[in-house]
Design a binder for this molecule. Sequence first.
Ligand SMILES: Nc1ncnc2c1ncn2[C@@H]1O[C@H](COP(=O)(O)OP(=O)(O)OP(=O)(O)O)[C@@H](O)[C@H]1O
Length: 706
Amino acid sequence: MATKQASKFQKLSSRVANSPTSSTTSSSKQFPEHSIDGVSSPASSSARSKPQFYYSESVSVETERPKENVTVTVRFRPLSPREIRQGEEISWYADGETIVRNEHNPSLAYAYDRVFGPTTTTRHVYDVAAQHVIGGSMEGINGTIFAYGVTSSGKTHTMHGDQRSPGIIPLAVKDAFSIIQETPRREFLLRVSYLEIYNEVVNDLLNPAGQNLRIREDTQFVPNTRFTSATTTPQTLLKEDAGYCALFPLLGVWTNHCLIEVQVLILWNVNKRCLLILESILIIEEFTVLQLRNSMDNGSVLYPSPLSFRLGHSTSSGFSSQLSVSNANKHPPDGMVRGTFVEGIKEEVVLSPAHALSLIAAGEEHRHVGSTNFNLLSSRSHTIFTLTIESSPCGEYSEGGAVTLSQLHLIDLAGSESSKAETTGVRRKEGSYINKSLLTLGTVISKLTDGKATHIPYRDSKLTRLLQSSLSGQGRVSLICTVTPSSSNSEETHNTLKFAHRAKHIEIQAAQNKIIDEKSLIKKYQNEIRRLKEELEQLKRGIVTVPQIKDSGDDLLLLKQKLVDGQVRLQSRLEQEEEAKEALLSRIQRLTKLILVSTKTSHSSRVPHRAGPRRRHSFGEEELAYLPHRRRDLILEDENVNLYVSVDGNVDTSDDTFKEEKKTRKNGLLNWFKPRVFGIYSIVITTASLLTCLFHLSAIMLVAWT
Ligand SMILES: Nc1ncnc2c1ncn2[C@@H]1O[C@H](COP(=O)(O)OP(=O)(O)OP(=O)(O)O)[C@@H](O)[C@H]1O
């Protein structure tokens, strides 16, 4: 039976594997969108008004940004040896390249941007579902890739992979460095952070001391947002003139669903060269500006004109004016970026793929992993690996070029658990947190695609709070849903498919983020390097201020003495300068090392626009050493898997077994090395103790004989 099912599955999957693949790297690519076979699509009606989201950190608000949808793909994993042994049947399968169909009810089917059968490699998944996001983030467009699916459906396999099949995260890291090498016209600074959300607590995986970190709202001012007077022409000092505004939050209080913020709004009029300071209280429900009070008597205020604020009626409650956004009430005003950040998270500048992978491997040491009925090494937390990319033009192109800053979030979600998972104690508590946060994610996505929803409950879970800017359209998003074909998970797979289908309708308007110099670390380093080099030049040219010896009419002896003193001082000064030069040089070298540049000349480059899947990454020995050993598969394929499953079907979650497995999951080559060392060690110990026993025995026999 199992063999029959397996061969059937192979037949179906080979159909998918043999079908032609297409290039999907272009930013403006449009995937087919179908609603098929009577499956009701929650947002299939094109007439329905969909919410539009704008990325508010980009420079030009006038520029038309092409709309994109979230890229949604589905990846099947093969039936596991255990499922085959248990005679599981196939209930869902990949019907061609874009459709998932139900085996028992063929009219039940869903279409996605791409469906990957169980034989598809992670590299291929990367080319189709991830490469355009990584490419975009290297050009300044934020990107988020996340794997979603029930427990044991293959999320960690897809995102992290192992030495034999590196996952999206290591492939993305490799790709980022390859792009730097292919982009000689720009220089880059890469930083990484790695966190987990475990039982609704945010922990820093790169810093064991960073536990229970706070998520903060981020209101940033974009200083180069120009504004003209609002359409309502308020009577203000700044009437009809262009200028700049800055918003400084002084105090913020979150109630259940809104933020009350006390702010100082500073307006600078370019033409009249005058400054206006307004104190305001802003009540913000998600991105909706509800009410604003300012301290001006006439109750007028200027805002960036593209947002067209209109003045409302005065209220009796002390608010002298009420403002509402005239267009779509989910738009944050330009000049304010509504996002979130984790306070106190550690960020490390990375210099090579191996360096970044070593940090991930170190972070994995601290991630919460545990055994469940379904997965011996189940992820019990959501993890977010973030690569922050800054770049600026270099060399002959550096003049006037903007600095771009973007973030690439690579997310491995914990798997939802069905009620069939008869877990107890810690695992049950973890499972309920996981399910709750995934439920909130589902609700947020439903509301985002609903079009009528006025409140999006991002704040109901840490996960959605952190994903808020990604989900609200600020950058490219790729959702990889992992599913198992097995009949025992049919219902859960169906839920995943419905979730994926809904997510397809989220619209994004990703734009390149250009930032001002002062905010950028790369500019800070570049400026410091320039300053240090100038200092060094001055030292080399000997531009030193030597105190002049004035002819004060002293006699010759005194003059001679002064000359000798001067020589001594000059000598010590020269020595000091040598030391200073060395210190400057080493600082320049240290800083320069942090900024990554291509070793190619700019003329030999064919960048910036690359087409189609192209870079074939081969991982070096050093890099592979930081990927997990292929231990998980070996365990499942191994008949000894039953050793871990007790008679009643529950998994032996004894600490020893789990700790042993957790250990073997890490640092692949080290794992290869350790058992051998310990093996040799135990052979030596055993031989030594056998020899000792033999010696004692012969001594006893000798005594007895004498
Ligand atoms: N596409 C695939 N090809 C081969 N094996 C796979 C594939 N996907 C998953 N597996 C194997 O299935 C098992 C479970 O996968 P994985 O641990 O990635 O699931 P998960 O969704 O991350 O589970 P959890 O949510 O419990 O952490 C692993 O042994 C993994 O190697």
